[in-house]
Design a protein around this ligand. Structure first.
Ligand SMILES: Nc1ncnc2c1ncn2[C@@H]1O[C@H](COP(=O)(O)OP(=O)(O)O)[C@@H](O)[C@H]1O
Ligand SMILES: [Mg+2]
Length: 115
C-alpha cells in the first residue's frame, strides 16, 4: 500500500476529488492547510481601509489517500490531469509506503488497501 499525499490549491479540491473517484479511489481525507513553495510570491492581503500585510503562506489542501501499489501510477496521473497548470504553486505529491491498515468498522486488518 502507498500513501499518496497531494498538496494542491484549495480551489482544486473538488476537481481532484472527482478525478480520484473516476480513477476508482474509494476513500480520501482532506486536511486544510497553509503552505509556501519556492516560486510562489507572497501576496498582499487587505485593501483600502483595512490593514494590509504580506501573506507568507497560501491556503492549500492536503488530499490524502491510501491505495494499493498497482493503483499508484493511475492515481498520480489523475491528480496531475486535474491539478497541473504549470503555474507556480501547483503543489506537490508525496508518496510513501504503508505497512498495514485496519478498517475500524469490520475490525479487519490488511496489507492491501480496503478503500
Ligand atoms: N518541500 C515541500 N514540503 C512540503 N510541502 C511543500 C514542499 N514544497 C511545496 N510544498 C507545498 O506545496 C505548495 C505549492 O508549492 P509548489 O507548487 O512547490 O510551489 P512553487 O511552484 O512555487 O515552487 C506549497 O504552498 C506548500 O504547501
Ligand atoms: Mg510548483
Amino acid at each position: 500500500m502507498k500513501r499518496i499525499e497531494a498538496i494542491v490549491a484549495s480551489e482544486k479540491i473538488s476537481v481532484v476529488n472527482d478525478a480520484l473517484k473516476k480513477a476508482g479511489v474509494g476513500g480520501a481525507t482532506i486536511v486544510e492547510a497553509k503552505g509556501r513553495g519556492k516560486g510562489e510570491k507572497p501576496k498582499m492581503m487587505g485593501g483600502r481601509g483595512t490593514s494590509s500585510h504580506v501573506a507568507e503562506f497560501s491556503t492549500r489542501a492536503n488530499i490524502v489517500t491510501v491505495v494499493d501499489d498497482s493503483e499508484v501510477d493511475n492515481v498520480i496521473k489523475a491528480i496531475l490531469d486535474a491539478a497541473s497548470t504549470g503555474a507556480p504553486g501547483d503543489g506537490k505529491i508525496f508518496i510513501s509506503s504503508v505497512g498495514e491498515a485496519v478498517d475500524i468498522g469490520t475490525r479487519k486488518r490488511s496489507q492491501t488497501s480496503m478503500v
